[in-house]
Design a protein around this ligand. Structure first.
Ligand code: TPP
Ligand code: MG
Length: 621
């Protein structure tokens, strides 16, 4: 079949399917793209031919910023539990490098996205072309080499003959639960348009099996032995529980053994918030219940977690001498962490095997009671935070409470950076495994609206509440236009506190006096300490085509949320909050180094406190 490389890629992608548990899905559901000279006549021409000849084969979506479109693809893949993905095509140069941040986000979060950046001419006859880097050390280096460290698979297609193997390699990595992340095929602009005679078999429907690797019986036996000896065991549920659709298996395991369940950011939603064995969020942004149990735990069973510093409170959360870890993870890399007993397996198959292996054993009744009591105490704290009655402006926790109470169980809350992810981790009451979508692997400002777009694209039958701070909004609001264009309805809750409240609080606690974290005029002092800026983000959102509702009180906010939820249009609900009203304490630490020597007294005091806190840090060897 004689096609260009661009046409061959589009035809191939449209024929790929994924399968798990006997259920098939389209693997690549569509393609986001922004065109320039690096892809307009290659992949762009191929997408046009596909749209005209075979509508729906690989639908094209326009975006406003290449980073935004990769975020949307990541949100989409996460919502689909990594069984379907989106492709993203960009031009060369800045269009391509704009995708690098998105690629890193996808790889850090282990989410499949397929990136197709344009690249400089393979023939080099016209070099240097517009936007070419020109590295004097070698003519085969281009800006796209920046994708290598942030991609799980990277190839550059210098010749058409290289394409079939690259496409198969790309699909293998996209559908491998242990390996997945950003997959990048860099496509020189001349090669995209080059014709070649392809074997018909390249375009046959291909089904990629998404594996559920079973645990080794010996590994389960080792894990069971450690767990049976435990007196104060704790489960830590990570994102792997949700991606593996292992939430029911987790519930059965927890109920059979009586082990309480704490959750990481990506794992939040693994167990309903009101389940008797749920103790909520763990770590630096955790509940006091989970953190109290973690401090005492003698055996910690991590399931599908990569043990980020937020989860371990920078290796201070687990404080019992001799604490041991059992790590269930589909990636050996993660299963080996903290010198744990490694169970390299799919979360669901491992939890089922552990349930069988631990039959007849359970955590003590007294311990279970204590966990329940701690969890109920935390829930009272949440209730108070939801209805804090802060004045004159509401506390952020009241905004989260209003959104939680107005949303239905299957609705999805989306967030990524600022003070809200931590507050959501602590306070959000999850009622559905896919109802909580906080990107906290990369915690990338600007993910919120773009990621929310991908979530809604993946789950059009759910309402999506995007929570975005003013800082994140200013970094990347433009995909609101895409939402309007595609009639993809979002409810965006825009939380205005005039700057970086999260970093302000962090800065103050580290003795850096909130330096550079508020949005304020340069004042008479010559510093950025003047009045707040006359920025009207509600008007901004309106100008991008969204409906806008301004709420001044919590009651107005509730009414606006109800109206926005019922609306068919993307609606931005704008609310001012008190930047100084924090959420309840986690009673946990986060390691952020403080200057060892300083002229400032505030820094010196913080350094002394830092040195003291650091003593609690453990090796987990
Ligand atoms: C792209 C990016 N740049 C910088 C940061 C560091 N950072 C984390 S939160 C934050 C401030 C976020 O401000 P805003 O969205 O207004 O949320 P708030 O802190 O006020 O709740 C910054 C600068 C980041 N996470 N991502
Ligand atoms: Mg802010």
């Amino acid at each position: 079949m004689r096609l260009t490389v661009g046409q061959a890629i589009v035809r191939f992608l449209a024929a790929q399917r994924s399968e798990r548990d006997g259920v098939e899905h389209k693997l690549v559901e569509g393609c986001f793209g922004i065109f320039g000279h690096g892809n307009v006549a290659g992949i762009g021409q191929a997408l046009l031919e596909a749209e005209l000849a075979t509508p729906g084969a690989l639908p094209y979506h326009q975006a406003r910023n290449e980073q935004g479109m990769v975020h949307a693809a990541a949100g989409f893949a996460r919502m689909r539990n990594r069984l379907s993905a989106l492709a993203c095509t960009s031009s060369i140069g800045p269009g391509a490098t704009n995708m690098v941040t998105g690629a890193a986000l996808a790889t850090v979060n282990r989410l499949p996205v397929l990136l197709l950046p344009g690249d400089v001419f393979a023939t080099r006859v016209a070099s240097p072309v517009l936007q070419e880097l020109e590295d004097p050390r070698g003519y085969d280096i281009s800006v796209n080499d920046a994708f290598r460290p942030v991609s799980r698979f990277f190839d550059r297609i210098w010749r058409p003959e290289q394409l079939p193997a690259a496409l198969l390699g790309a699909m293998r990595v996209l559908t491998d639960p242990a390996e997945t992340g950003a997959v990048t095929l860099a496509l020189p602009q001349d090669v995209q348009a080059q014709a070649f005679d392809w074997p018909d078999e390249l375009f046959a429907t291909r089904v990629w099996h998404v594996a559920r690797p079973a645990p080794e019986p010996a590994a389960i036996a080792r894990a069971a032995q450690v767990l049976r000896a435990a007196r104060r065991p704790l489960i830590v549920a990570g994102g792997g529980v949700i991606y593996a659709e292992a939430t029911e298996a987790l519930r059965r395991f927890a109920e059979a053994t009586g082990i309480p369940v704490a959750e990481t950011q990506a794992g939040k939603g693994s167990l309903r918030y009101d389940h008797p064995l749920s103790v909520g969020a763990l770590g630096a942004t955790g509940s006091t219940a989970a953190n109290a149990l973690a401090r005492e735990a003698d055996v910690v069973l991590g399931v599908g977690t990569r043990w980020s510093d937020f989860t371990t409170a920078s290796r201070t959360a687990f404080a019992a001498p001799g604490v041991r870890f059992v790590n269930v993870n589909v990636a050996a890399f993660d299963a080996a962490k903290h010198a744990g007993v490694a169970v390299v397996a799919d979360a669901r198959s491992a939890l089922d095997a552990l349930t069988a292996a631990l039959r007849g054993w359970g955590a003590g009744a007294g311990y279970r009671e204590r966990a329940g009591k701690l969890a109920r105490r935390w829930d009272d704290t949440v209730e108070r935070a939801y209805h804090a009655g802060n004045g004159p402006l509401p506390a952020q926790s009241e905004v989260l409470g209003a959104v939680n109470e107005v949303s239905a169980p299957r609705d999805v809350v989306v967030c990524a950076a600022g003070s809200m992810p931590g507050d959501l981790h602590k306070l959000w009451r999850t009622r559905d495994p896919k109802g909580y979508h906080v990107e906290y692997g990369f915690s990338c400002m600007g993910y919120e609206i773009a990621g929310g777009l991908g979530v809604k694209l993946a789950a059009p039958d759910r309402e999506v509440f995007v929570l975005v701070g003013d800082g994140s909004y200013l970094m990347m609001a433009q995909e609101l236009v895409t939402a309007v264009q595609e009639r993809i309805k979002l409810v965006v809750v825009l939380v205005q506190n005039h700057g970086f409240a999260s970093i302000g609080r962090l800065s103050e606690s580290l003795g850096s006096q909130r330096f550079g974290t508020a949005y304020r005029y340069r004042g008479e002092s010559g510093r950025l300490d003047g009045d707040v800026l006359p920025v009207d983000l509600a008007a901004n959102a309106e100008s991008l085509g969204a409906r806008v509702l301004r709420a001044r009180t919590v009651d107005e906010l509730r009414a606006a949320l109800v109206e926005a939820r019922a609306s068919e249009h993307t609606t931005v609900v704008h609310v001012d909050v008190d930047p100084l009203a924090g959420a309840p304490e986690s009673e946990a630490w986060w390691d952020v180094p403080v200057a060892e020597t300083a002229a400032l007294e505030s820094t010196r005091e913080a350094r002394a406190e830092y040195a003291r806190a650091k003593q609690a840090q453990r090796g987990y060897l």
